[in-house]
Ligand binder design. Structure first.
Ligand code: 0WE
Length: 260
């Protein structure tokens, strides 16, 4: 019997079959979950629909997280299709590409606010809108990155946004805890997804990560999916407000091992 048998919920942030959100979707489906998906725009819709179909999912709805109206419409459709939900996976982030390289001091006001709105406020907005839909014992999951806590070259405004996202997890955990609802984040090592493509220095960062991390390898979307099963299932029934690293131990290193 699967760990997610009888559970249903939403996953936001699948762009293609390399997406971390897709790794999470497959793992939750494998454990018996009924998964619904969202997309933004026609290009992503054309990619998400066949992926959803491949795991027998029929709920595929638009949701631009910058729109309160679209979030409300999504929750209305969710109620019709699922009634209450047992999990909500937030795998959404965006910053202007030109602000993900060079000096952090060049960040613009508009770029800062955009990164914070899409990557941080969206989680709070979704939790707020999903409020009556969340079943007792429900689990919410978001994705962070070590750049929230330590300086990662070029990550810049996204690092500041992920720091605010992690703090949002703490505050949301305090609000939702009395109702038995949990919220956690996975801080994943760098993975070659669409979001990472074309990012200045990503290839060398990805390679250096595998050399430095205790496991001496990169992290896969399957690794993240399996960790997500733990955090979305009743296995983690007393775990909330946690930022769980799925990074092969990278974050504990202070300097590279001499054999690296
Ligand atoms: O959180 C992220 C990436 C999020 C992201 C990616 C993009 C690419 C395309 C946000 N906004 C955009 N905007 C775009 O126009 N990661 C953890 C992956 C990542 O991104 C980096 C990294 C790593 C790792 C950016 C610079 C340096 C390292």
């Amino acid at each position: 019997m699967g760990l997610m048998e009888g559970k249903k919920g939403l996953i936001l942030g699948v762009a293609n079959d390399h997406s971390i959100a897709w790794g999470i979707a497959q793992a939750l489906h494998r454990e018996g979950a009924d998964v619904g998906f969202t997309y933004v725009g026609e290009t992503l819709e054309r990619r998400v629909r066949p992926l959803a179909a491949s795991i027998g999912a029929t709920f595929v709805e638009p949701c631009d997280v910058n729109s309160d109206e679209q979030i409300a419409a999504l929750m209305g459709r969710t109620r019709e299709a699922f009634g209450q939900i047992d999990f909500l996976v937030h795998a959404v982030a965006y910053a202007n590409k030109d602000e993900l390289s060079g000096l952090y001091t060049r960040t613009t006001r508009a770029g800062f606010l955009l990164a914070m709105e899409v990557s941080v406020y969206s989680l709070t907005a979704l939790v707020k809108a999903a409020d009556e839909l969340l079943a007792p014992g429900a689990a919410i999951l978001t994705l962070s990155y070590h750049g929230a806590r330590k300086v990662m070259p070029n990550y810049n405004v996204m690092g500041v946004a992920k720091a605010a996202l992690e703090a949002s997890v703490y505050y949301l955990a305090a609000d939702l805890g009395p109702r038995g609802i949990r919220i956690n984040a996975i801080s994943a090592g760098p993975i070659r997804t669409l979001a990472a493509s074309g990012i200045t220095g990503f290839r060398s960062l990805h390679r250096a990560f595998a050399e430095v991390s205790p496991m001496r390898r990169n992290v896969t979307i399957e690794d993240v999916g399996n960790a997500a099963v733990y955090l979305c299932s009743d296995l983690s029934s007393a775990v909330t407000g946690e930022i769980m690293y799925v990074d092969g131990g990278f974050n504990v290193m202070g300097a590279p091992s001499s054999d690296a």
